[in-house]
Design a protein around this ligand. Structure first.
Ligand code: NOJ
Length: 533
């Protein structure tokens, strides 16, 4: 049985992307003081915890996922004092704080990598990374182009991501010791857990064998089969067992969340065995098309796989690496798309996307387990799908030779006030990525206390989810007709109509929540209803 202290099992965790959430000083870049000032808004929304993407010292070549100092805050985002204040304010509000940990690679500006370059071939400093005299294989970087880069003295180093993100050598005891210490550093400052970046990548196959397929990780799971030599190697699990032992020394419970693009779900579940991590993002769910059968299958397989190891299942629709679901769902279901959307690309149907996004949110928030929200989805925010290419900053755009637009479109600063400069993102009109001219209608102040707004839909859903304890519940499928997906979770019946024609509610059903108004008592197309029967 989970201990009563197991707060994460049913938690709704809200992802903040610090550079785009709230700008306290008006320089156009979000910051920690901006976040702290807005935490009461998140309390009002009804979430349980916040996950912060990286805010550490970094040259920002990959928006902070290139860390130069794991124990300090980047001046763009504030100071360590600001971090302490953020954590204590969150705790005073009853919110947990999860921070990002990036252990697969450092920044090329990290002291260790600088020392490695200075010390030269064969030095102990080089041994903390993966240097070779010749590229030992044909691996490709996730962001495009080769994964090996040659330095001035002729050696090559591995970077599965950008050239500014050298992979660490996790066979090295100093690397292991360093991360144990970084964990303690943040645990001692009071954080409630870590989201572990590229959790499936730390250990590479010792033979560094060739891999003929692209090293896909974001926005496309590997086909089932033996894991590629750079991902999901057996050795990663030992690392997480060691980390878990450290976390278990703290009370109340602290958690580890795996960002692991691994399938099938049984392989992913190995990351959340009782002595390893607590949760893993459910990317198969995020990637499932808007189709009842596909969703039913992924819900079943996720629940079965995590259930088999006694872990909680997570659900997620959006994050800072994928096209926002309000836009994704505005394309025909099941269509395979490249990451990112730009000028000249086919554009989504915005109205349909939002309608389906609202239905998808109600469906997700009724599922047992824990749910992750991405900042702005509670506003129904779409992707910026016409961002000028000149302003793009995602390294994937350049490294892919402009074949992939990349992830900037989901990272645009979010709107708070319809009529303020930068839509209230900060006190000035500065914004590190331009905001679309159409975003006033999504601003929080246009939605608070407005019946039927997406914000109020989320708020009501989170309150009802808590009241009916849906996160701790269990799911039973109900027989349905046509293209309706229906299940019960405790006393709540959840129905989503994927068909074009309105669907009937069971006799006597009392509607608790509906993602759109009903049509003469029936469930219209692309609508989810929660009902008591
Ligand atoms: C996954 C992160 O979510 C993504 O934003 C980043 O680019 C890569 N890992 C590399 O750290």
């Amino acid at each position: 049985m989970p201990s009563t202290d197991a707060w994460w099992r049913d938690a709704v965790i809200y992802q903040i992307y610090p550079r785009s959430f709230a700008d306290g000083n008006g320089d156009g870049m979000g910051d920690l003081s901006g976040i702290t000032a807005r935490l009461p808004r998140l309390r009002e929304l009804g979430i349980d915890a916040v996950w912060l993407s990286p805010f550490y010292v970094s040259p920002q070549h990959d928006a902070g996922y290139d860390v130069a100092d794991y124990r300090d805050v980047d001046p763009r985002f504030g100071t360590l004092d600001d971090a302490d204040k953020l954590i204590s304010t969150a705790h005073d509000l009853g919110l947990k704080i999860i921070v990002d940990l990036v252990p697969n690679h450092t920044s090329s500006e990290h002291a260790w990598f600088r020392a490695a370059l200075a010390a030269g071939p064969g030095s102990p400093e080089r041994d903390r990374y993966i240097f070779h005299d010749e590229p030992p294989n044909n691996w490709q970087s996730v962001f495009g182009g080769p994964a090996w880069h040659q330095v001035e003295d002729g050696q090559w180093y591995l970077h599965l991501f950008d050239v500014s993100q050298p992979d660490l050598n996790w066979d090295h005891p100093e690397v292991r010791a360093e991360f144990l210490d970084i964990l303690r550093f943040w645990l001692d400052r009071g954080v409630d857990g870590f989201r572990v970046d590229v959790a499936h990548g730390l250990v590479k196959d010792a033979k560094l064998t060739d891999w003929t397929q692209p090293a896909v990780v974001l926005g496309g799971l590997e086909p089932a089969g033996p894991p590629p030599p750079m991902w999901d190697q057996e050795g990663v699990h030992e690392i997480y067992r060691e980390w878990r032992a450290v976390l278990d020394g703290y009370a109340p419970a602290r958690i580890l969340v795996a960002e692991a693009w691994v399938q099938p779900e049984e392989r992913l579940a190995r990351y959340v065995r009782p002595d390893e991590m607590h949760q893993a993002f459910n990317f198969p769910y995020l990637e499932a098309p808007w189709q009842p059968q596909a969703l039913r299958e992924v819900i079943d397989s996720s629940l079965a796989a995590t259930g088999a190891v006694g872990a909680t299942t997570t659900w997620v629709l959006s994050n800072h690496d994928v096209v926002r679901h309000a836009s994704r769902l505005g394309f025909p279901p099941g269509e395979k798309r490249k990451p990112g959307i730009g000028i000249g690309d086919p554009q989504p149907d915005t109205g349909l996307g939002l309608r389906r996004a609202r239905a998808a949110a109600l469906l997700m928030l009724a599922l047992p387990g824990s749910a992750y929200l991405y900042q702005g989805e509670e506003l129904g925010l779409p992707e910026h799908t016409t961002l000028p290419d000149e302003v793009r900053q995602d390294p994937a755009w350049e490294r892919s030779g402009h074949a992939e637009r990349g992830r900037d479109g989901c990272r645009v600063p979010i709107p708070w006030e319809a009529d303020a400069p930068s839509y209230g993102f900060g006190p000035s009109d500065a914004s590190w990525l331009p905001q679309p001219a159409t975003w006033a209608e999504y601003a929080l102040d246009r939605q608070v206390n407005v019946s039927g707004s997406t914000y109020e839909l989320y708020r009501s859903a989170l309150a009802a989810r808590r009241e009916h304890d849906l996160g701790n519940g269990s799911l039973t499928w109900s027989a349905t007709e046509g293209e309706v997906l229906a299940f019960r979770n405790g006393g709540v019946l959840v129905l989503t109509n994927f068909g074009a024609a309105p669907a009937e509610l069971p006799p006597g059903a009392r509607v608790l929540l509906s993602s759109e108004p009903l049509d003469d008592g029936r469930i219209p197309a692309d609508v989810t209803v929660w009902a008591l029967v």
